[in-house]
Design a protein around this ligand. Sequence first.
Ligand code: KIV
Length: 297
Amino acid sequence: MPSTSTPDPAASAAPAPLPAEVAAPYGAAIPATAGRIRTHHLQAAKDNGEKFAMLTAYDQYTAQIFDEAGIEVLLVGDSASNNVLGNETSLPITLDEMIIFSRAVTAGANRAMVVADLPFGSYEQSPGQAIASSVRLMKEGLVHAVKMEGGAYYAPTVRALTQAGIPVMAHIGFTPQSEHMLGGYRVQGRGEAARAMVEDAVALSGAGAFCVLMEMVPAATAMAVEAAIAVPTVGIGAGNSTTGQVLVWQDMAGLRTGKMAKFVKQYAQLRTVLADAAKAYGDDVRMGTFPGPEHTF
Ligand code: KIV
């Protein structure tokens, strides 16, 4: 679907080449990790017709495992609300809780870019509120970028954040923080709404967002968005034309039970693996075969 919006010069201008990265010039308590994924690497992926992978992570071990597996971007999603804290939606999670999860993930990730969600209630009031919340995620959670749900209405907020030195990933399409407004989990950007979605992406990337994430969007709409903006896109349930893909790790690895969304592919059955391990341990304890002599001082 062709873009019907006015071309945005800021969004389509070719990025200026960056000077080569040098070792941290002011010293650091921990030696700078070589090869951290930066926003310009994601931009290069789009420019070169390559793809990158993103997974959620909420703790140090999954962060380490995914980082070592070569996942380029780790998302400390506010989906920690449902997937870790057991809430029904992503709405109850607080900024303080997001900071704790962010700190754990950044502790485990040497190479991946770590992006944290601005949770519901932490940015909507004003660009100033968004900056204050993002600064806490970056100073206390040590993340490298923030993700923010919402369309063109939030372009001034994205501009304020990027001018403050905070990289922003915009999140459009189905935005879980607005699920009560949207009437539940529904595909967004069908038919006439596709044009508005392209306009949202153009406005947000024009305001400085380094990437636009689309959730539950028809593949044709996602393709139109990817074509309309210069920055990379990430999809979850948005087809195969986006620069990157993201999944919630418990869905991807089969830890969660219940009906999976159509866009989920399970690459493992971790729930079965863990359940079998727990059963075997329980049996050993009850039979008195654990601990054995080799586990005893
Ligand atoms: O919080 C989250 O996990 C997300 C993904 C669904 C993209 O925003």
